[in-house]
Design a protein around this ligand. Structure first.
Ligand code: MSP
Length: 653
């Protein structure tokens, strides 16, 4: 059997120095869309995101809050994950730079670079801000003062390690100017002129003035510079120099790293230099997008112009927000966010454009044919034009996805939506319906519309994964006819297709009323949406339990006497567990990971005092404990199997 082709895509790992905002959503939604599209095309996809949790800033933020840096990042990492669930982001792996395996790999990478002679010890000289404990370069100063706190800086020096970048200058210049690594390539000139032509300076890659970082193993007063730590995530997450994962050979080099322009230099120069020094293959593409701005400025908490995606998603649905941000931003340019533009776009493209096309077509199929079309056909004027546009669409979208041009992909898809709406005006089904003699022609027109919607909704499902399955259901498309393979051909719906009217896919929004309400929310907002507060509360509730809470669970050793698959389910196994006194039935959702026969005779741990529940009609008396790692398709699971010397019935305490 031939192996599936792989596709590896990454977002930057975000700083958990504040709550995520709509700007963070852009990159993650864009990567999620590409990942979903590639999965649909049959690729074996690895989509990585995560949080970049070390550094002075995090240490300071945690100190301000009076908590440890780890406790601080634990909470915000959960808020990021909560946002990704809310936005329907299906990542395969989430890396935190405080994960042990990442720390281990970064230490090995640093040592490897040192052993190869690319890292050496030197002295860092610069302007130092004592309260912020930060070095700044002359160009970073604002009016000669610290850009963080505005206080005076002094000339200072500190022992530090440096990474020699100059040996890679020529290769990096070629990478930027002669290959299609950088997207858009127009940005290569600024990089070459600003950083390479003046001579690539060695990079200071260790700090001694703060502790919240990865210690250099051979000189423990130094911690690894946060960018060496952060950039390494793209390979450590695959298991490079660690045993936690084993996919490096499978997925590396990455197909796409996507980042915003502010961190382009790190990904266009420093990251390739690190990989060259390690003699590892280079990623294939670096897609650089602009910022979502608000009143012309980058969104930031300190400017008070942060747009909270939870608030918007709750009002209009995550899909509408996904669509809006992807449709607004051209790769490489900034895009100015405004509530008004967003609402108008949702109304025009989603409610009036696509939503209306679906609801009108389905309503007409119900009204004129009771929901099921007759199988006879009679083609007519305008059909060929519509069909030609529909059948050409898939290749165009494929091409845009391959070039990371999601805005263009949506423009192409919505051209077809407009074409279909125009086809309704051209063919005037309501006029055809007046004369019984036109019945077959009318059925043909409606079929052509339904099949157009099928193609559009299939291709859009990577962009708007919640709503498109609903659209496909309304037009009566089964899973197979709504497959990616069928998106390039016309006529995949059965001739006697049956539609099913459903709720409005994108309800029209009252612009004035909404703007007023959104403004009121911004005014009364104390900086955090209800959803973020809820995540914090949930965490506070589960983060720590008293010993009394723990003592409520009765965990025991059990022996597996029998185990079989539950007939009606793909996921469940039914166990007969000897608990020291009796045999009890426990149903567990681990069929994907174990064959029943390999578990018989094993000693496991189980929670014995859970209230019984019925699963697939079988009453389950307890829960078998297992360890899980990873999420989604990449989830791994191992049962907690204990030694034979543990007698069944013994209590874990
Ligand atoms: N931690 C580093 C990245 C390390 S990657 C090895 C970092 N983090 S960040 O939290 O500041 O996030 C930067 C990324 O968030 C940007 O590259 C971009 O992908 C996204 N965005 C944050 N604000 C944004 C906008 N206002 N607009 C668009 N994207 C933005 O830098």
């Amino acid at each position: 059997m031939c192996e599936k082709k792989t596709f590896y895509i990454t977002t930057p790992i975000y700083y958990p120095s504040g709550n995520p905002h709509i700007g963070h959503c852009y990159t993650t939604v864009a990567c999620d869309t590409i990942a979903r599209y590639k999965r649909m095309q049959g690729y074996d996809v690895m989509f990585l995101t995560g949080t970049d949790e070390h550094g002075l800033k995090i240490e300071q933020k945690a100190a301000e809050k009076g908590v440890s840096p780890k406790a601080y990042v634990d909470e915000i990492a959960e808020i990021f994950k909560g946002l990704w669930r809310f936005m329907n982001i299906k990542y395969d792996r989430y890396i935190r730079t405080t994960d042990d395996y990442h720390i281990e790999s970064v230490q090995k990478i640093f040592k490897e670079l040192y052993d190869r002679g690319y890292i050496y010890k030197g002295e860092y000289k610069g302007k130092y801000c004592t309260p912020c404990e930060s070095f700044w370069t002359e160009s970073q100063l604002v009016d000669g003062k610290c850009p963080e706190c505005g206080r005076e800086v002094t000339e200072a020096k500190e022992e530090a390690y440096f990474f020699k970048m100059s040996p890679f200058a020529d290769r990096i210049e070629k990478l930027l100017t002669e290959t299609d690594y950088l997207r858009p390539k127009t940005r290569a000139t600024e990089l070459v002129n600003n950083f390479i032509k003046p001579g690539l300076e060695d990079l200071c890659v260790s700090r001694t003035t703060f502790k919240w970082g990865i210690p250099v193993t051979f000189d423990e007063k130094h911690v690894v510079y946060v960018w060496i730590d952060a950039l390494s995530n793209y390979i450590t997450a695959l298991g490079y120099l660690n045993g936690a994962h084993d996919d490096y050979d499978k997925y590396w080099p990455a197909d796409v790293h996507m980042v915003a322009k502010d961190i382009m230099r790190f990904h266009a120069i420093i990251w390739p230099a690190m990989l060259m020094a390690l003699e590892q293959p280079l990623p294939k593409h670096l897609a650089v997008h602009g910022w979502i701005t608000f009143n012309g400025q980058k969104m930031s908490k300190s400017l008070g112009n942060v747009v909270d995606p939870f608030v918007l998603g709750k009002r209009y649905g995550a899909d509408a927000i996904r669509y809006h941000i992807l449709r607004e931003m051209a790769l490489g340019a900034d895009s100015s966010f405004s509530n008004e533009i967003m609402i108008n776009r949702i109304n025009s493209d989603l409610a009036n454009g696509f939503g209306n096309l679906v609801s009108r077509t389905v309503a007409m199929a119900e009204k004129y044919f009771g929901g099921t079309l007759p199988v006879e056909r009679e083609s007519g004027e305008f059909d060929a034009d519509l069909i030609a546009e529909v059948t050409a669409l898939k290749a165009k979208v494929d091409d845009c996805i391959d070039k990371t041009q999601l805005q263009n992909a949506l423009i192409e898809i919505f051209k077809v939506v407009s074409r279909a709406n125009k086809y309704i005006d051209e063919t005037t089904p309501w006029v055809l319906a007046k004369d019984e003699a036109n019945k077959i022609r009318l059925a043909t027109v409606l079929y052509n519309l339904l099949d157009t919607i099928r193609v559009v909704a299939t291709l859009l499902s990577a962009f708007m994964p919640t709503t498109m399955p609903k659209a496909l259901e309304q037009i009566g498309a089964c899973e197979k006819c709504a497959s990616y393979e069928n998106a390039g051909t016309f006529g995949a719906l059965p001739l006697d297709v049956t539609v099913k009217k459903g709720e409005a896919l994108f309800p029209r929004i009252d612009v004035e009323k909404e703007i007023e309400e959104l403004n009121a929310i911004i005014k009364n907002n104390d900086g955090e949406s209800e959803e973020i507060k809820e995540i914090r509360e949930e965490l506070a509730n589960v983060a720590q339990i008293g010993i009394d809470d723990f003592a409520k669970s009765d965990i025991r050793v059990g022996e597996v006497k029998a185990c079989e698959k539950v007939k009606k389910s793909k996921k469940l196994l039914q166990f007969s567990i000897f608990d020291g006194a009796d045999e009890r039935t426990i149903v567990s959702g681990i069929a994907k990971y174990y064959k029943p026969e390999e578990l018989v005779g094993k000693k496991i741990l189980f929670v014995s005092n859970l209230k019984p529940v019925k699963l697939c009609g079988i009453e389950s008396h307890g829960m078998i404990l297992s360890a899980v790692h990873g999420e989604g398709d990449k989830e791994q699971l191992k049962l907690v199997i204990v030694g034979d010397d543990m007698p069944a019935g013994w209590k874990v305490s």
